[in-house]
Design a protein around this ligand. Structure first.
Ligand code: AMP
Ligand code: GLY
Length: 428
C-alpha cells in the first residue's frame, strides 16, 4: 500500500525507516521530509502538511491508504479530521484530541477533572494576576506558554524574579500567540520518564519507556530544548511506577472516549517520578522526538500493521513485541541551538557511523543542496545505537558520534550518565 508521512524531523525519519521495512509498504511519501528520508522514501517538499485540503488532494491523487501525522501542528490544525471524513485511514488524533497537547490549560483542566496526578497550577490571561500567583506559590516554579512552542515555551524558574521575567516574556509575545495564556505551576522533582502508547480510542498498547534530556547543557543545565538525547528502556523505573503510568494512559484514553473524543494514534505521557509517585508533566498527541528514535528501533512488530490497527480501531488484535537490547540516542545540534544558529554546513562521516554494527543515524535538520548533505536545523542528527547492556549501547552511540562532523557540531556528553549510576544516586 502507499503511505504518506507528514513531517520532516528525526521522528519522521525514524517512523519512515520502520514503515519502509514492512513488506506491506509499496510507495512511501514524506512531506516535506529531510536529507535522511530522501534515501528511503520520496520527499514531497512542496506539500504544506498543515493544509488539510492540500494533503487530502495529494492523498487522493496518489492512492494513499494510510497517512501518518508526525508533528503536532497538523494535528491541531485538524488535518486528521478532514482525511478521516474522506475515508482515508489516519494515524493521529482529530483536532479535539490534539488539544491535549495544543492547550496546556485544556490539558491541566482535563487532568484535574479526572483525578490524574499532575502539578498544582493556575492559568492566566493577564500579567498582574500571573505575577500575584507566582508570589503566592513562591520559587521554584514553572511558567508555561499555553500553546505550541516547539518545546521551548517552558521556563523552570528557581528564583521569583526569573518567573516574573518569564511571565513578562510570554505576555510580551516571545512565543507568539502561544503565550497569550500562561500556565503557572509548582515545580516537581524527580527523574523524568516518557511513556508512549498506541491507541485506537479503546485499546491502549503502551510502548517501551524512554527518557529524554530536555536541557541544552550537560548536568541538565541551560534552557529547555526539543530534546538533546534519549534512551530506552528507562532502567531506574520501579514496577510500581510503571504500573501507575500505564494506568494513567489507560484512564486518559477512557476519559477521552467518554467525552466523545475519538483518539487514534500515539498518546505521549511525559511523567515526573516524584517521591509521591508519577505525575504527568504534559501530554503530547504524537510520538516524541527524539523518543521515537530509540523506541521504534526496539519494536519487533510490523509498524504498518500496528498503525493501521490504530487507524481502523482493531488494536485489540495486536500485541507488541520488544527487542531485549537497550537503545541510546545522542542528538547532534548546530552551535547556538535552542537560540539562533547557522544552517548550510556540510555534514561528513554518516556512512562511517552507519557502517558500525547496531548504529543508525536519524536525520532531523538536514537537507541535500547541490548534491551535498548540509545542516538545515537546530537539531541536526540523532545517532542511535543498540547494545546488549545500557553501557554498551551508550558507548557505541558516542563512538559513532565521533565519526560525524560538521562546523558547529555540538552535543551533550552525559546522555544516560545519571541513569547508569542508578536511582539511589539520582539526586546525590
Ligand atoms: P512540558 O512541555 O510541559 O513537558 O515541559 C517541558 C519540560 O519542562 C519537561 O520535560 C520538564 O523537564 C520541565 N517541566 C515541565 N513542567 C515541570 C514541572 N511542573 N516541574 C518541573 N519541571 C517541569
Ligand atoms: N522529546 C519531547 C517531545 O517530543 O515533546
Amino acid at each position: 500500500m502507499n503511505i504518506l508521512v507528514l513531517g520532516g524531523g528525526g521522528r519522521e525519519h525514524a517512523i519512515s525507516w520502520a514503515l519502509a521495512k514492512s513488506p506491506r509498504c509499496t510507495e512511501l511519501y514524506v512531506a516535506p521530509g529531510n536529507g535522511g528520508t530522501a534515501n528511503i522514501a520520496r520527499n514531497v517538499k512542496d506539500l504544506n502538511a498543515e493544509d488539510a485540503q492540500a494533503v487530502l488532494a495529494f492523498a487522493q491523487a496518489h492512492n494513499i491508504e494510510l497517512v501518518v501525522i508526525g508533528p503536532e501542528a497538523p494535528l491541531v490544525a485538524g488535518v486528521a479530521d478532514v482525511l478521516r471524513e474522506a475515508g482515508i485511514p489516519v494515524f493521529g488524533p482529530d483536532a479535539q484530541g490534539a488539544q491535549l497537547e495544543g492547550s496546556k490549560t485544556y490539558s491541566k483542566r482535563f487532568m484535574d477533572a479526572n483525578g490524574i496526578p499532575t502539578a498544582r497550577y493556575q492559568s492566566f490571561t493577564d500579567a498582574a494576576s500571573a505575577r500575584a500567583y507566582c508570589e503566592e506559590l513562591g520559587a521554584p516554579l514553572v511558567v508555561k506558554a499555553d500553546g505550541l512552542a516547539a518545546g521551548k515555551g517552558v521556563i523552570v524558574a528557581t528564583e521569583l524574579e526569573q518567573a516574573e521575567e518569564a511571565v513578562r516574556e510570554c505576555f510580551g509575545g516571545a512565543f507568539g500567540d502561544a503565550g497569550n495564556t500562561v500556565v503557572i505551576e509548582e515545580m516537581l522533582v524527580g527523574p523524568e520518564c516518557s511513556l508512549l502508547a498506541f491507541t485506537d480510542g479503546k485499546t491502549v498498547r503502551p510502548m517501551a519507556t524512554s527518557q529524554d534530556h530536555k536541557r541544552a547543557l550537560e548536568g541538565d543545565l541551560g534552557p529547555n530544548t526539543g530534546g538533546m538525547g534519549v534512551y530506552s528502556p528507562v532502567p531506574i523505573v520501579t514496577d510500581e511506577e510503571h504500573a501507575t503510568m500505564v494506568k494513567v494512559m489507560e484512564q486518559t484514553v477512557a476519559e477521552l472516549a467518554a467525552e466523545g473524543i475519538d483518539y487514534r494514534g500515539c498518546l505521549y505521557g511525559g511523567f515526573m517520578l516524584t517521591p509521591a509517585g508519577p505525575k504527568v508533566l504534559e501530554f503530547n498527541a504524537r510520538f516524541g522526538d527524539p523518543e521515537t528514535q530509540v523506541v521504534l528501533p526496539r519494536l519487533k512488530n510490523d509498524l504498518v500493521e500496528v498503525m493501521l490497527a490504530c487507524a481502523n480501531c482493531e488494536l485489540d488484535q495486536i500485541e507488541l513485541d520488544w527487542r531485549d537490547e537497550w537503545a541510546v540516542a545522542v542528538v547532534l545540534t548546530s552551535s547556538g541551538y535552542p537560540g539562533s544558529y547557522e544552517k548550510g554546513k556540510v555534514i561528513t562521516g554518516i556512512e562511517d557511523a552507519e557502517a558500525m554494527e547496531n548504529v543508525t543515524v536519524y536525520h532531523a535538520g538536514t537537507a541535500v543542496v547541490d548534491g551535498q548533505l548540509v545542516t538545515n536545523g537546530g537539531r541536526v542528527l540523532a545517532v542511535t545505537a543498540l547494545g546488549d547492556t545500557f553501557e554498551n549501547a551508550r558507548n557505541l552511540a558516542y563512538e559513532a558520534c565521533e565519526k560525524i562532523d560538521f562546523e558547529g557540531k555540538t552535543l551533550r556528553h552525559d546522555i544516560g550518565l545519571r541513569a547508569l549510576r542508578g536511582r539511589d544516586a539520582w539526586d546525590a
